[in-house]
Every structure is written in C-alpha cells, then in structure tokens.
Design a protein around this ligand. Structure first.
Ligand code: IMP
Ligand code: MG
Length: 185
C-alpha cells in the first residue's frame, strides 16, 4: 500500500478516534428523521451544502431525506492551513439559483466560531426571500462561538479541539477518513 507523499501534517498513526463510523451513521439517520418531520409539508427542499468540508456528510444525509430535494453547493474558505479559524471568510463560489419562496436547508460539517455561517446566512437573507431557512451541522463546537447562529439540527456537540476526518481536513489531509479523529500532539 502506498501512502500519500510524506508531509509533516499527515500522521495517520497519531489519531485518536473521537466518533466512529457507526456513531456518525446512526446519528445521521436520526438527523434525517428530524429533517423529514420538519419539512414534511414541503413540496420541495433546496439543500445547500457548504464545501469542501460537508461533502461526505451531505452525501450520507441526503440518502435518508424523503422530501423531494434539489442539491446545491457553495464553497467558502476560512481556515487556511492552520488549526484555528483565520477570522476571514473567503467566498470561493457562491453561485446559486433563485431561492425566492423556497424551503432551504443549509448543510455544514462543523460550526466553530460561527463566522462562516454568520457570513453565509447574512448573504443569503440579504439576496433571497426564502420561505424558510434552516441549518443542519454535523458537529457543533459550542464553546468556540464568536457570532450567534441558530443551529436547527445538530449531530454532536464537541469540545474546543481540532478534529479531522469525515470531510474535515488538516492542511487538506484526512478528509477521506470514515470516522472523526483528533490528531495527537
Ligand atoms: P467557523 O467559521 O469558525 O465557524 O469555522 C467553520 C469552518 O472551519 C468549518 O466549515 C470547517 O471547514 C472549519 N473547521 C472548524 N473547526 C474545524 C476542525 O476542528 N477541524 C477541521 N476544520 C474545522
Ligand atoms: Mg465547512
């Protein structure tokens, strides 16, 4: 087996498993049930996944969504190569169809300071008059919050530690792991 090219950032033998693949998949099914109930009367749901981190979560979540749905993607960046939020949210791709009168669900991997989602929800509400707007996050780092953001569906509350795997990266690595881990220092 060949591993990716050697990097000071990539230490697959130095991970502690924080949430197993089974923990994650079980909770995602429960979250999908909550979302199906919340949008039971909706004719159409527009799901907007925030890339890159949410690609795995949204792919697993939507398999259990029973409301007729369309999937859109936006891409925002804030972390750079470090382990703390840079504080600057960089909109990389915000192209979206009209969301006027639509039921919208934003899907994000993790909310940390809240700066990214605060920026994005402000941007959305300033441009589009949605019928409803809700937010689903897999992980909520509540202690780190700097901007108030209403989270409607949360998978797990996590502590203020840097997590990798299941879409979450450190310097671009680890996104492919099926579990969520902590890099041991
Ligand atoms: P926020 O703007 O501080 O809320 O951060 C949001 C973004 O930072 C998330 O969408 C992630 O991409 C990234 N992020 C926050 N915490 C972590 C972490 O523990 N590991 C990897 N990425 C993280
Ligand atoms: Mg993200």
């Amino acid at each position: 087996m060949t591993l990716p090219s050697p990097s000071t950032h990539y230490k697959p033998d130095q991970l502690d498993i924080h949430l197993s693949e089974e923990d994650i998949q079980t909770r995602i099914r429960e979250m999908a049930d909550e979302i199906n109930k919340a949008f039971a009367n909706s004719e159409k749901l527009i799901i907007i996944a925030v890339l890159k981190g949410s690609f795995m979560f949204v792919a697993d979540l939507i398999r259990h969504i029973k409301v007729p749905s369309q999937i859109e993607f936006v891409r925002l960046a804030s972390y750079g190569d470090g382990q703390t939020s840079s504080g600057n949210v960089k909109p990389v791709d915000l192209s979206l169809p009209s969301l006027s009168g639509e039921d919208v669900l934003i899907v994000e991997d993790i909310i940390d300071t809240g700066l990214t989602l605060h920026f994005f929800m402000d941007y959305l509400t300033s441009l589009h008059h949605t019928r409803s707007l809700k937010l689903a996050v897999l992980l909520d780092k509540k202690e780190a919050r700097q901007k108030e953001v209403q989270v409607d569906f949360a998978g797990f509350t996590v502590g203020n530690q840097f997590l990798v795997g299941y879409g979450l990266d450190f310097a671009g690595y680890y996104r492919n792991l099926p579990f969520i881990g902590v890099v041991k220092n």
